[in-house]
Design a protein around this ligand. Structure first.
Ligand code: C5P
Length: 300
């Protein structure tokens, strides 16, 4: 018996960041869009909890209890008083430490997979509560689609999308640590008055309309200056995509993946080709958003 769950990556079309709270987290107005780059997580009964991983970035994935997939299995097992003995295999396509919630995706996927394997029958609310304990982005990986996240990003309100958006993603040659990017945000903002984060109603309307021009005019990422400060070479990647006709170019979340919103598949191909030719990134991928959240893809 095994269960496989497919789970998408995300891009933040708005990431408004407020001043650090006393617990070190930052209040966010975080508009997530799930995009069609997927990890697949397969769970199989085993004597003890263990993780394996395959894919281009597999060597950068921790295989110990720090992996969010392991923590998800342990949290669900503890709640239902059962042994967490399970083999978790991650077929990894989402970039590691890339600002696309790859680790969070694996946490949400392992949770859904173990729930199905063990027949725990946890409610959606219970699963979402466990996700929120695992990390700020994990609840969104469970629900997918588009959503506004407030608090530290974990309190979600689903958002309507009136169409499919075309994206190109440029993966960088190295990762960026999310806490390091938030620390750099704090450092750059020292002595300035950082406003409380507010969701853009224009952006939410653009998503609801499915209008790429309106979305391009409103995307924003308050972590982008911090990511560029730690990874200045990203400026050349962003400029390449813009010059090749992207409607908008931005850092995805805490980076260093860069995201390019384009009008159609033809433009996606042109932007992707220019990015590859520029040599300013490691890999280039195209994807559509929104995509569904963590979903059982097979059981056998
Ligand atoms: O919630 P998660 O464990 O994914 O967060 C990783 C790190 O990102 C936190 O330890 C913190 O440094 C930073 N973070 C933050 N404010 C948020 C979310 C994350 O400062 N709202």
């Amino acid at each position: 018996m095994s269960v496989t769950v497919r789970v998408p990556a995300k891009v933040n079309v708005q990431l408004a960041v407020g001043p650090a709270r006393s617990d070190g987290f930052h209040p966010l107005a975080n508009v997530f869009l799930a995009v069609g780059l997927y990890d697949e997580v397969t769970v199989t009964p085993a004597d003890e909890l263990r993780i394996t991983c395959a894919g281009p970035d597999a060597d950068q994935v921790p295989l110990d209890r720090t992996n969010l997939a392991a923590r998800a299995a342990e949290a669900l097992a503890a709640r239902y008083g059962r042994d967490p003995g399970v083999h978790i295999h991650i077929a990894k396509d989402i970039p590691v430490a890339g600002g696309m919630a790859g680790g969070s995706a694996d946490g949400a996927a392992a949770l859904v997979a173990c729930d199905a394997l063990w027949g725990t029958g946890a409610s959606r609310e219970e699963l979402l509560a466990i996700c929120a304990e695992l990390g700020s982005d994990v609840p969104f990986s469970l629900v997918g689609g588009a959503a506004l996240g407030i608090g530290r990003g974990e309190q979600l309100t689903p958002l309507e999308t009136g169409g499919t958006f075309h994206w190109v993603f440029a993966m960088a040659g190295r990762g960026l640590s999310t806490p390091a990017v938030f620390r750099e945000f704090d450092r750059l903002g020292e002595g300035t008055d950082i406003p409380d984060p507010v969701a853009s109603q224009e952006l939410i309307a653009a998503l609801a309309k499915g209008d790429p021009d309106a979305l391009a005019a409103t995307v924003s990422n308050d972590l982008q200056p911090a990511a560029l400060s730690l990874f200045p070479e990203l400026a050349a990647t962003l400029a390449t995509g813009r010059a090749a006709g992207a409607l908008a170019a931005l850092v995805s979340g805490s980076g260093p993946t860069t995201a390019f919103l384009v009008r159609d598949p033809e433009s996606a191909a042109a932007v992707a080709q220019a990015l590859v030719a520029s040599g300013t990134c490691r890999t280039v991928r195209t994807a559509l958003g929104p995509a569904p959240g963590a979903t059982v893809a097979g059981a056998g």
